[in-house]
Design a protein around this ligand. Structure first.
Ligand code: PLP
Length: 389
């Protein structure tokens, strides 16, 4: 194991800001600092930059610019969807919200927050691979359903959901359909027309833009009451002076992502992930969670018999390999067992031995070799220490 070498394999938690994104953003801090609402030259230049960013972001997901809104994060986008749709439907008959059991907390908690306002929230189960049950969704949907929210891909396992089919079921009952595409935008092709979603959330920091900028697609005519009122920026959907440098950064990241997807580089990411997976599997006592179904190219969720996932993650960290035990956002909550793995009916000891390895832009074959070497060594040491070999 090479000393002082850092191998970053936690891209599902966040990605480094791409150099071209940083370069595009820099002038908008101290030189081109106008307020896009100002009518003088500096304001108009800032407005142009915001609208260019909007075109670039909208184009990546096949939306029109007028349907794309900027927020502070994926969390804010999904909160706007859940609460905004509920507030808009407050006086209507549709009072049920269906969400998959493996949604990110930004969807689950936002939905639960609507219960005191008279909405019922139901969680749709997933199978052992983490794929949402279309049968149960079809059974539970009805004329009293307001909204169905099923994520495009899961943040812990990378498992891709049958979103198009979920949208069809939701629309068949006249409900709205939202997908949290934070883990897919920039990583696999995402097209709002193809997915037939009414609402879609994504986040800049998962695709090479900084933390603190999100995107929200709202199909024209979808009733959403804004959460923030004030100066009516973002055509009233999200008041507050626009974060011009970050919007420029998100636009640049979306351009880079479009090129990444066109170039076929994603296949290289999947091949590296598969090679890491194959070598770690050969250690024995290793299970790939969600391995039997389509996943995003860079994400791998593994459970090792006989050791704790947190111990493995911490030991790998000491050797310079950054991985995680699951979702960075869920750390330190509840009993420590992932709601995603639990929903997949994995026994507690399997859940407890789980880590997520997630790779992306800049991760090389040599990084993959080093990651496998470090993980193999750490698994061996932890199993030895526990007397499990
Ligand atoms: N949804 C999913 C699937 C995520 O993975 C994350 C972040 O990990 C979020 C939502 C939240 O995005 P943000 O960090 O921009 O709030």
């Amino acid at each position: 194991m090479e000393e002082n070498r850092i191998i970053y394999a936690d891209h599902a938690a966040t990605t480094p800001v791409l150099p071209e994104v940083r370069d595009a953003m820099l002038p908008f801090f101290a030189e081109r600092y106008g307020n896009p609402s100002s009518l003088h030259g500096d304001g108009l230049a800032a407005r142009d930059a915001v609208e260019q960013g909007r075109e670039e972001a909208a184009s990546l997901i096949g939306a029109s610019a007028e349907e794309l809104f900027f927020t502070s994060s994926g969390t804010e986008s999904s909160n706007t969807v859940l609460k905004g749709c509920a507030f808009a439907a407050m006086t209507g008959e549709r009072r049920r919200i269906l969400v998959s059991a493996v949604e990110h907390p930004s969807v689950l908690a936002a939905a639960d927050a609507l219960v005191p306002f008279g909405f019922a929230v139901e969680r749709i189960p997933v199978d052992e691979n983490g794929v949402v049950s279309l049968g149960v969704l079809a059974e539970r949907i009805g004329a009293d359903c307001l909204l169905v929210s099923v994520m495009h891909a899961n943040n812990e396992t990378g498992v891709i959901q049958p979103v198009k089919e979920c949208a069809r079921i939701a629309h068949g009952a006249g409900a709205l359909f939202h997908t949290d595409a934070v883990q897919t935008v920039g990583h696999i092709p995402v097209d709002v027309g193809e997915l037939d979603c009414d609402l879609l959330s994504f986040s800049g920091h998962k695709l090479g833009a900084p933390k603190g900028i999100g995107g929200l697609y709202v199909r024209k005519g979808t009733p959403v009451t804004p959460l923030l009122h004030g100066g009516s920026q973002e055509r009233g959907m999200r008041s507050g002076t626009e974060n011009v440098p970050y919007i420029v950064g998100l636009g640049a990241a979306c351009l880079a992502a479009a090129e990444y997807l066109r170039s076929g580089e994603a296949a290289g990411t999947a091949a590296l992930r598969d090679s890491v997976e194959g070598r770690l599997r050969s250690l024995g006592g290793c299970r790939v969670n969600g391995g039997g179904v389509p996943r995003v190219p860079g994400t791998l969720n593994l459970s090792f018999d006989g050791i704790g996932g947190e111990s493995l993650m911490l030991m790998c960290d000491l050797y310079g390999l950054r991985i995680s035990t699951g979702s960075a956002c869920g750390m330190g909550k509840g009993d420590g067992i992932s709601h995603v793995l639990r929903a997949m009916h994995l026994p507690d000891d399997v859940c407890g031995g789980t880590v997520r390895v997630s790779i992306g832009a800049g991760f090389t074959a040599s990084d993959a070799d080093a990651a496998v070497e470090i993980m193999s060594r750490c698994v061996e040491m932890l199993r030895d220490a526990a007397g499990k070999r």
